[in-house]
Design a protein around this ligand. Structure first.
Ligand code: SAH
Ligand code: SF4
Length: 362
């Protein structure tokens, strides 16, 4: 029986700087991934459908008060076209992501778009949403339309740190309750945090990992915080050490794998900003999901959550061939045409695949 990794072990690893010891940790986490999540890496084509956002998170480049940015919203046809590209590339799933909007026109538009995506792909493509905080009713409508996974990062599990990163009308409790509403609705639920935030301690990061465990989430998507010049948040005195933030990003992936074992863990794009092969290193440290940017190239530069976001000039096809080479080079196999659902979710539900409504069957 493997021993469960403790708070003390995790704190020790977050402080570890010795490259050989760190390689040992990454190898152990990789072996844990093989054992509990299998040998495959799954791609989800990430389509950033709109940069319109009603919120004002202090760290984010597309926050409402950033006036230095023209706003776009993809049309239904554009989203269907981008989905077709992803589908033709053989990715089993898409992720639809945007700034946060809660108005009726938007929620109806998303619902209808989900239905069209499902019907145009003969129900075959899996849909993950990352569209922020919504009412339980909206989550339900989008689930019934055919989405089956949802990503909503808690950003930090520490309510007082959350307060420092957001204006007063943004609430930690509301966000946490959204995660619970998503779970009740039946989604595979993903959450995560930013790593290396100003004011964040290693104790905070360990608490984040334990929060994921307590909330019993199915998927983890976390990555380094990267400053954006047009936002109120930055590191005091520009005191940002990219190499150390990168190390923390990899250690957090490994610790999440060792603690949670059978969840899906994404190697975030932000890792690639700090290191050209950052996502591949994330896979070698225990992650099993990559979300290649599949946003039409023209919109990419308008969706800069942080400075120097990679692949601004590429298109989806170039992203696939570049990634495939790198992943296969690392000895992993890509699960083309598969949804690659969270083993944790399937186990909790006794592999309910046969019981899914028709529009959510692989
Ligand atoms: N509006 C939705 C989805 C888009 S933002 C939402 O907030 O959930 C997706 C994620 O981008 C956020 O959860 C946040 O963790 C991340 N993000 C935003 N600004 C960032 C930054 N400066 N550095 C790193 N990640 C950032
Ligand atoms: Fe909007 Fe999401 Fe950025 Fe916050 S993190 S400002 S909700 S896009």
């Amino acid at each position: 029986m493997e021993h469960e990794i403790t708070r003390k072990d995790m704190l020790k690893w977050l402080d570890e700087k010795d490259p050989e010891k760190l390689s040992g940790l990454y190898r152990e986490a990789y072996a844990c991934k093989l054992r509990y999540a299998g040998p495959k890496v799954y791609f989800r084509g990430l389509i950033e459908i709109s940069n319109v956002c009603a919120k004002n998170c202090y760290y984010c480049g597309i926050r409402r008060d950033n006036r230095d940015l023209s706003r776009f919203s993809m049309t239904e046809e554009e989203i269907l076209e981008a989905t077709k590209t992803v589908y033709d590339l053989g990715y089993g799933s898409i992720v639809l992501q945007s700034g946060e909007c809660q108005d009726d026109a938007y929620t109806a538009f998303i619902e209808q778009t989900i239905r069209k995506i499902k019907s145009r792909t003969s129900q075959k493509i899996g849909i993950t949403l990352s569209l922020g905080e919504q009412t339980a009713e909206t989550y339900e409508r989008w689930f019934r339309a055919g989405a089956h996974r949802y990503l909503l990062r808690i950003e930090t599990s520490d309510p007082s740190l959350y307060e420092k990163l957001h204006p007063g009308d943004h609430s930690f409790e509301v966000r946490r309750d959204c995660l619970r509403a998503l779970r009740r609705t039946g989604y595979q639920v993903g959450t995560g945090v930013m790593i290396g935030l100003p004011f964040q301690t290693h104790e905070n990061l360990v608490s984040d990992l334990l929060f994921f465990q307590e909330e019993d989430v199915d998927m983890i998507g976390m990555g380094p915080y990267l400053p954006h010049a047009g936002t109120p948040l930055s590191w005091p005195d520009g005191n940002y050490d990219p190499a150390d933030h990168f190390r923390l990003g990899l250690v957090m992936i490994s610790l999440a794998r060792l603690l949670l074992r059978d969840v899906n863990i994404a190697a975030a794009t932000a890792l690639q900003t700090l290191d050209a092969t950052g996502r591949e290193k994330g896979i070698a440290a225990g992650a099993n999901i990559i979300m290649p940017n599949s946003t039409p190239t023209a919109y990419r530069k308008l969706y800069q959550l942080y400075d120097n976001k990679p692949c601004r000039e590429e298109n989806a096809r170039q992203c696939r061939s570049c990634l495939e080479k790198r992943i296969c080079g690392a000895g992993d196999e890509v699960g083309y045409g598969e949804w690659g659902d969270s083993p944790h979710f399937l186990k909790r539900h006794g592999d309910l695949r046969g019981a899914f409504p028709k529009n959510r069957q692989p």
